[in-house]
Ligand binder design. Structure first.
Ligand code: CO
Length: 210
């Protein structure tokens, strides 16, 4: 059996189990999705949003990219964000990074590794904004861990800078934005930063005509 054929077999077994548990599972979900959460996480295969939060299909709207970045010119992320906030009306947005993130590690070296340099440049900016705090940590793993936390915090703030989030905060006092970091070594999520709806942001980024 080819390795990918196992996936198709497992899928059949999974679907059968769902129906055995709840005969209306697929017919119900096929009609609508009403997720309460938008998840912006790393593409890393070890950080699957549903498994680590014990959630089911239909519960989390998911966007993943390398190092869980919120880049203000990323049409893909912005489209997901707008749909989640304005159509699905999610109550919470979770930016979930993870310790041991290869994207953050790569951004802290001086190696060029191709087109991904351009993407990781955003993380180098996070390093520059927090240069003293990061560079004062002598242990390399701890220094990377600190950058992983600071990166998540920066991406939460980037969400609050978007007109999409600011408009929603003004009109419906949602969504709340959470910055979490998942531990590959223990499977636990550590909340490290949050911006409840309406949190004051730097006026430089505020739109007053939304
Ligand atoms: Co990662």
């Amino acid at each position: 059996m080819k390795s990918y054929e196992k996936l198709l077999l497992e899928n059949k077994a999974w679907a059968a189990e769902r129906v055995a548990d709840d005969p209306t599972f697929f017919t119900r979900l096929s009609k609508l999705q009403t997720p309460e959460y938008l998840w912006i996480g790393c593409s890393d295969s070890r950080v699957p949003a549903n498994e680590i939060t014990g959630t089911q299909p239909g519960e989390i709207f998911v966007h993943r990219n390398i190092a869980n970045l919120v880049v203000n010119t990323d049409l893909n992320m912005l489209s997901v964000l707008q749909y989640a906030v304005e159509v699905l009306k999610v109550k919470h947005i979770i930016v979930c990074g993870h310790y041991g993130c290869g994207g953050v590690k790569a951004a802290m070296t001086n190696n060029s590794i191709g087109i991904i340099d351009k993407w990781l440049r955003n993380i180098k900016d996070v390093h520059r904004f927090n240069r003293q705090e990061v560079d004062s940590i002598e242990n390399e793993d701890e220094r990377v861990d600190k950058m992983i936390e600071l990166n998540v915090k920066e991406q939460v703030m980037n969400l609050a800078k978007t007109s999409i989030v600011q408009k929603a905060w003004k009109n419906s006092n949602t969504p709340h934005i959470h910055g979490w970091v998942y531990g590959l070594k223990d499977g636990l999520i550590k909340p490290i930063f949050e911006m409840p709806a309406g949190t004051h942001i730097d006026p430089i980024y505020e739109y007053d005509n939304l």
